[in-house]
Design a protein around this ligand. Sequence first.
Ligand code: ATP
Ligand code: MG
Ligand code: MG
Length: 421
Amino acid sequence: SYRKGGYHAVRIGDPFAAGRYIAQRKLGWGQFSTVWLAYDTQSSKYVALKIQKSAQQFAQAALHEIEILSSIAECEHSNSKCVVRLIDHFKHTGPNGQHICMVLEFLGDSLLRLIRFNRYKGIELNKVREICKCILVGLDYLHRELGIVHTDLKPENILLFSTIDPAKDPVRSGLTPILERPEGGTLNGGSTMNIIEKKLKRRARRAVANISVRRASMGGEAPKSARCLDGIDVRCKVVDFGNACWADKQFAEEIQTRQYRAPEVILRSGYSFSVDMWSFACTAFELATGDMMFAPKSGQGFSDDEDHLALMMELLGKMPRKIAIGGARSKDFFDRHGDLKRIRRLKFWPLDRLLVDKYKFSESDAHEFAEFLCPILDFSPEKRPTAQQCLQHPWLSLSSSDQNEMHGQPNVDVGMSNLQI
Ligand code: ATP
Ligand code: MG
Ligand code: MG
């Protein structure tokens, strides 16, 4: 992809925007871009520099993303709204063409990495609650104040950040949470996960070394590492607005990443803000259990779409006939009685039972969590609570009594207390 029309190759120390931003290290990449940690010489702060591929369709997508991000950044309170903030944008010409660049506030690791670093065992419920509150504040702002549907909410697109006041704690305020397991942690030696983590660690060390080489010439302090961020209020923000749209100006019929896709999108019954709420519930379940709520697969004689609908009904009960047969694609999956055509026998396993039987939740934790999630997973999009309504739900203000125990198992949740850059 590093050819004409593709990614721009970056070397550490490369200047951007007439020398205002200096590239430090790669933070991540996607189908459209590479994202770099950069030092902003004007504000003396670290930023994330998203450098788009140069071909026409990528440039167009970047302009769309900038339009959405600009409207998000316009609100004076947007900084506290749990949504990523656009700081600047410009064009950069290189050997592969002209690349549109977005300068975003620098955030930490994604929730997907948080889930991985807890070895897919789920995160303590009290932390799930805190994360859920942040996501809902972000969604409420997007939906109610801006009229924007994100359309791709999932753990990968929610990034951690720390909220330490630089005036109170200047040393730790520059820290952005990047997850790393402690030495001698609970890992089994030699597992694939362990090898990947060792590689990540080595790479992180090298990156930190690179930063210190550059630091002298920049005059700024690079974000440092912290062995332990216990007691730091870690929050998260919603990112990646490449697929977002205004509710009244939709352009794509098929939206969302498969596992987080709402039933009305599969059935082509039209969609609105409530598709984000569906993805939110899937994300909350995944945080608490470490497993995706729905992981559909095609099988003999049925498609992944039909499997997905079957999985939804096994967990949430039968889809009302009116909804099942009401979409432009309903006939592909349902007969006129509202029964699936190819998957005839469903094995019902309601959410609260699943949480107890499979994930070893206590009866009360399971009951309370299911009461929070089930209304958001209503097959009827209009009946789902809004983000604003969810924020009022009692589950968010509950507190699990024993913080050192997770679903009756020893606490393996080390991710949040060992954040590192
Ligand atoms: P996609 O294929 O997911 O649409 P994309 O090219 O639009 O990818 P993003 O998803 O915006 O790119 O970013 C790619 C990765 O870069 C993210 O998954 C994340 O790891 C990292 N990243 C993005 N924005 C930031 C940020 N503000 N701070 C820190 N890291 C970031
Ligand atoms: Mg992304
Ligand atoms: Mg994107």
